[in-house]
Design a protein around this ligand. Structure first.
Ligand code: AMP
Length: 417
C-alpha cells in the first residue's frame, strides 16, 4: 500500500491524536473541572503556546530547562513552547499590574515538555489549574487545596490523597543538620523517594557529597504523617511556620475533609519556583501524581519587579482521566434522514432545519447509499433515529421514523416537526 510511511501516520513522539470519542471525554473533563473553578469565582485565561525563551528559562529550574521545546523563528527570535501555565500567567500579570488582587484565574490547556515519553508522561499534554495571586494568608492555601480536592471529586476520583510539604520546613531541617549547601542535591533525591528504593535515594545524596549517616537521617525524617500531627514538628522547626499550619489545618477542617491530606517531607517537586507549601495529589491505585502545586512567592517579582505572593495547582488531565478510567465518550447522532431521490430533498432539508433548531444533531443522506447500506452506516456511527422519506409516505404527508434504540418503527406527519 502506498501513502505515508507507517511512522508518519502516527503523531510525533510523545504526542497523541484525539479522535471524537476521546476528545469528548477530554471535553467532559474540561466542563467538569471548569465548573468547579468557576464556582469559586475563578475566571479562565489563555496565552500563546509559544513564549519568549527568556521568559521560560527564567525560573524553570535545571531539570525543566532541558525539557523546553526551543526554536528560533525566521527572524531569529529565541522562542519556546510553554511547559506550564504558571510562568505565562506571571508574565501576563507583569504588564497587567492593576488587575485587582487577589487574582483568581484558571486554565485548561496544552503544555509541552521534551521529556522521555513513558506511561503517563507525554510531550504534549493538557493541564487544568488555578492561580491565586496576591495573598499570603493560610486561607489562600486552604482555598487552593479545597479547589484541588473538589476538582478531583468532581472528576470522579473516589479515593485520593494530597501529600503536603513545605520547602521552608525542609530548608530549616537542612539548616539544623548543617546541610544547607547540599539543598539542590537533597531536593532532587527526595523528589525520587516515592519512585526509588531507599539505598538509591541515599546514594543520590552521598554521591552529591552528603555524608552517609546524614543522608540516611534525612531519608528517615522525610516520612509521612497526618497533617494535624505535622504541626508540632513544624512548630519545632519554626514557630511562625507552625502557626501558619495550625491555621491551615483549622481552615481545611471546615472546608474539606482533613483525612484527605498527609504531611510528607519527601514532596519537594521538580519546578524551581516554589517557596513555601508544595503538594501532590494521588488518585486511587494510580501510581503517578495526578496533580501538584504550591506557593511561589518570588516568581511574580522576577517578572514584574513587584513582590507578589501567589500559589496554585495544576492537574495533569490525561493522567486524571487514566486514574478515573475515563477514556471515551460516544456521542451518537440524533437523526439521520434517508431519502431516495432529489424530489424528497427539500423535505429532508426542511425537517433537518427544524430538528437542528430544536437542538438535535441531524445528517442528511448524500445520495450514494441504498437504504440497506445507509442502515448499516447509521448503526456503525451510532444513531438514535433514522427518518426515511419515501415517495408513498410523502404523498400522505408523513415520514417513517425508525427508533434504532427501541427497534420500533412508526410514522409521523411532516407538519408535526
Ligand atoms: P507540574 O507542572 O510538573 O507540577 O505538573 C503538574 C501535573 O501535570 C503533574 O502532577 C502531572 O499530573 C502532570 N504532568 C506533568 N508532566 C507530565 C507529562 N510529561 N505528561 C503528562 N502529564 C504530566
Amino acid at each position: 500500500m502506498s501513502g505515508l510511511a507507517d511512522h508518519l501516520r502516527k503523531p510525533p513522539r510523545g504526542m497523541r491524536d484525539w479522535l471524537p470519542p476521546q476528545f469528548y471525554a477530554l471535553k467532559h473533563m474540561e466542563d467538569v473541572l471548569s465548573k468547579v473553578a468557576e464556582s469559586f469565582g475563578y475566571r479562565r485565561v489563555e496565552t500563546p503556546v509559544v513564549e519568549h525563551f527568556e521568559v521560560l528559562a527564567k525560573k524553570a529550574g535545571e531539570e525543566v530547562i532541558n525539557e523546553i521545546y526551543y526554536f528560533k523563528d525566521k527572524a531569529g527570535r529565541e522562542l519556546g513552547l510553554r511547559f506550564d501555565m504558571t510562568v505565562p500567567v506571571a508574565r501576563v500579570l507583569s504588564y497587567n499590574l492593576d488587575t485587582p488582587r487577589p487574582v483568581r484565574w484558571y486554565y485548561f490547556t496544552k503544555v509541552f515538555r521534551y521529556d522521555e515519553p513513558q506511561h503517563g508522561r507525554f510531550r504534549e499534554f493538557y493541564q487544568f489549574g488555578i492561580e491565586l495571586v496576591g495573598s499570603q494568608s493560610p486561607r489562600a492555601d486552604a482555598e487552593v487545596l479545597q479547589i484541588l480536592t473538589e476538582s478531583l471529586t468532581a472528576a470522579g476520583a473516589a479515593s485520593y490523597v494530597v501529600k503536603i510539604n513545605d520547602r521552608r520546613a525542609v530548608d530549616k531541617m537542612l539548616e539544623s543538620l548543617g546541610l544547607s549547601a547540599y539543598r539542590d542535591v537533597i531536593y532532587r533525591a527526595l523528589d525520587k523517594k516515592l519512585k526509588l528504593p531507599r539505598e538509591e535515594v541515599v546514594a543520590l545524596m552521598t554521591r552529591g557529597g552528603v555524608p552517609l549517616d546524614k543522608a540516611e537521617k534525612i531519608y528517615d525524617m522525610a516520612g509521612e504523617a497526618a497533617l494535624q500531627d505535622a504541626v508540632d514538628l513544624l512548630t519545632r522547626l519554626d514557630p511562625s511556620l507552625g502557626a501558619h499550619y495550625a491555621k491551615l489545618v483549622r481552615y481545611l477542617e471546615v472546608s474539606t475533609s482533613l483525612e484527605r491530606f498527609r504531611f510528607d517531607m519527601s514532596i519537594v517537586r521538580g519546578l524551581d519556583y516554589y517557596t513555601g507549601i508544595v503538594f501532590e495529589a494521588f488518585a486511587g491505585e494510580y501510581k503517578l501524581a495526578v496533580g501538584g502545586g504550591g506557593r511561589y512567592d518570588d516568581l511574580l517579582e522576577l517578572y514584574s519587579g513587584v513582590k507578589t505572593p501567589a500559589l496554585g495547582f495544576a492537574i495533569g488531565v490525561e493522567r486524571l482521566m487514566e486514574a478515573v478510567g475515563l477514556h471515551s465518550v460516544e456521542k451518537p447522532l440524533d437523526y439521520y434522514i434517508y431519502i431516495f431521490d432529489d424530489e424528497a430533498y427539500p423535505h429532508a432539508v426542511s425537517i433537518a432545519k427544524k430538528l437542528r433548531k430544536a437542538g438535535f444533531s441531524v445528517a442528511v443522506e448524500l445520495g450514494e447509499k441504498n437504504l440497506k447500506d445507509a442502515f448499516e452506516y447509521v448503526l456503525k456511527i451510532g444513531t438514535r433515529y433514522l427518518i426515511i422519506i419515501g415517495r408513498k409516505e410523502l404523498e400522505r404527508g408523513v415520514v417513517k421514523i425508525r427508533d434504532l434504540q427501541r427497534r420500533e418503527e412508526y410514522e409521523k406527519s411532516i407538519n408535526e416537526f
